[in-house]
Design a protein around this ligand. Structure first.
Ligand code: PRX
Length: 568
């Protein structure tokens, strides 16, 4: 059964990224453009009439696009942006649900040489504001339904010159500086001069959250396609006749690296379902489109488990050939369950916004150890480091910090205008991922946890700092501390500890009001699932709030050294 795939040893022997360069017919120094590679090049390879995208939304609307359609749409959007005066290197934000225009604009922006800044459409105005301000974004492409959030902050963003709305809005409803662009009504642009982007030309700016400070813009370049192409081929095992479904939203890196660039650089058909989670809808989608390769996330898999085995039997899911997962720990029960009900086990993959592509994985041709993330991708030198000396721990099974030697194509090039934070990620020539794991005697990585306070809820990173700051803007909140609490499906969810200002009284109404306040300002992901009102928060004698005391209490862990605690 395993013999159809090369062994791990074969893949790693004599590995070089030139394998990807050769397959993508790229010679160092040439022009390289992700938008062109994902559409024009595929058409030139004789696949112009092949379906690139099957799209379906909640209401049942279906659309489909060939590779020639996406090539033309990319040209048309690229030409429109250029005609408006948007220049190479400008940041253009995509703030949309998973509608086709999101995917097509992604190509168009890259083709004309600007930088794509994808943001999750459920972000509230505050989350949106800090990211647009930091990136000095020049244009936002959005939908009518999200326009009110953009309008609310626009006056505070002098650099934001263009707000482009891609769906139905009456011209009379537009405010000054807002532009309607309908792909359906635009004249298709057959010939478009692709921007002469090179390997190191900036392509994408993805925002990610850290423990302290505002979110950081992770800078990627066009050459990243080498990593994304080869990992999609070898890890996700995509082949020419596959029908692929990546469930991630392109507001997050999985949705761009493997929800756009990976499959389309290989000329593979992909499907997009623009709905929230529903086990029935997901199984029906797999059945209808005969999906063969499915890339999803542990929280979704656990939710499917909860929906039960009987439901699976109502659908014909026999098309499924290969399953993979990313974003958070994939528990062994979920791996074993999927093997039982789908006849295929989920293959875990580990990577980050910063790494741009899969770093550690269970390969299709490799023995899966349920609960382990697998081994490093060929060409990646990984280790777990001693947290004091920052040298590799040689002893199998000992916990350390996951680190990689930089140098793979999709590695971030810096944090946007934050070179200092970028440099902090490197010690002794190692890139520190911020995660902890052990490595067993066969080279398999076993995830332990994050090495910071960032909360990973359902595969999405939430910064406690961002939530704490937003909480302080609520009139009743005196002080706040944010940590996680365990959750059966999402692994962990946000919990807020609050002291009130004089004159305010605790109660369920206030709790709900505070939750909603954060949901609107930041996002549903960042919304605390629980609020606890306290008389005072645990602090050091110097007045710093000790989040870890609250964290330990929530998780039933040892509190550790609290000798510096002020109010114990
Ligand atoms: O903590 C790790 C967790 O997700 C973090 C990266 O999050 P982000 O940059 O948003 O990218 C997510 C998708 C690539 C990591 O630092 N993580 C990712 N994959 C796994 C994981 N934790 C455990 N197991 C994984 N397979």
């Amino acid at each position: 059964m395993l013999s159809e795939h090369p062994s791990y040893e074969e893949l790693t022997r004599d590995f070089s990224w030139s394998i990807a360069e050769k397959e993508l017919e790229y010679t160092p120094g040439d022009i390289i453009n992700i938008g062109w590679h994902c559409s024009d090049r595929i058409c030139q390879k004789g696949k112009a009439d092949k379906i690139a995208l099957y799209y379906e939304e909640f209401g049942g609307t279906r659309k489909q696009y060939t590779f020639n359609d996406i090539r033309l749409a990319g040209n048309t959007i690229g030409a429109f942006l250029r005609s408006q005066g948007i220049a190479e290197g400008d940041r253009v934000c995509l703030f949309m649900d998973r509608i086709p225009e999101l995917y097509l604009s992604f190509l168009g922006i890259l083709k004309m040489g600007a930088i794509v800044q994808p943001l999750f459409s459920a972000f509230g105005d505050e989350s949106l504001f800090v990211r647009l301000e930091n990136a000095e974004t020049r244009a936002v492409i959005t939908q009518k339904k999200h326009l009110s959030k953009v309008r609310k902050i626009r006056a505070s963003l002098p650099g934001l010159e263009y707000v482009i709305i891609v769906d139905s809005i009456k011209p009379s409803e537009l405010k000054p500086g807002e532009i309607l662009f309908s792909l359906e009504n635009a004249e298709p642009v057959e010939k478009f001069e692709i921007a002469p982007t090179r390997a190191e030309t900036h392509s994408l700016l993805h925002y990610t959250s850290g423990t302290t400070g505002q979110p950081k813009g992770v800078k990627h370049v066009h050459y990243s396609i080498m990593s994304q192409y080869l990992t999609t081929k070898w890890v996700l095992d995509l082949r020419d006749d596959d029908i692929y479904w990546c469930t991630a939203d392109p507001g997050w890196v999985t949705g761009t690296s493997y929800g756009i660039i990976g499959p389309w650089s290989l000329g593979v058909t992909q499907c997009v379902l623009d709905t929230g989670f529903s086990a029935q809808a997901w199984y029906r989608f797999i059945e209808n489109y005969k999906i063969t390769v499915w890339y999803s996330a542990p929280t979704a898999i656990r939710s499917l488990m909860k929906a039960g085995d009987e439901l699976v039997k109502e659908f014909d899911l026999s098309s499924l050939r290969h399953l993979a997962s990313v974003g958070e720990p994939l528990n062994s029960e979920a791996v074993i369950w999927s093997g039982r009900v789908f006849g295929k086990q989920f293959h875990d993959t580990f990577w980050q916004t910063e790494t741009g592509s899969i770093m550690i994985t269970n390969f299709p041709g490799m023995k899966i150890k349920p609960g382990s993330m697998g081994k490093t991708f060929p060409g990646i030198t990984g280790a777990v480091l001693d947290p004091v000396t920052y040298t590799p721990i040689e002893e199998p099974g000992n916990a350390g910090l996951i680190a990689f030697r930089p140098g793979w194509p999709a590695m971030m090039r810096t944090y946007w205008r934050n070179e200092e934070k970028y440099r902090e990620k490197f010690v002794n020539g190692w890139y520190l991922s911020g995660d902890r794991s052990s490595i067993d005697n066969e080279g398999y990585y076993w995830f332990i946890g994050r090495d910071d306070d960032v909360i990973n809820t359902g595969g999405h990173l939430v910064s406690p700092f961002e939530v704490e700051s937003a909480l302080l803007e609520h009139p009743a909140v005196g002080e706040s501390a944010v940590t996680s609490k365990p959750d059966e499906i999402n692994m962990e969810v946000v919990k807020a500890f609050i002291t009130l200002k004089p004159g305010f009284t605790t109660g369920p109404d206030l709790e709900l009001e505070i939750m909603n306040f954060i949901r609107k300002k930041l996002s549903p992901l960042a919304m605390p699932q629980a609020v606890e009102f306290m008389e005072s928060l645990p602090k050091t004698r110097s007045g710093k709030i000790m989040r870890r005391v609250l964290h330990a209490r929530e998780w039933g862990e040892e509190i550790g050294d609290i000798s510096t605690l002020e109010n114990d």
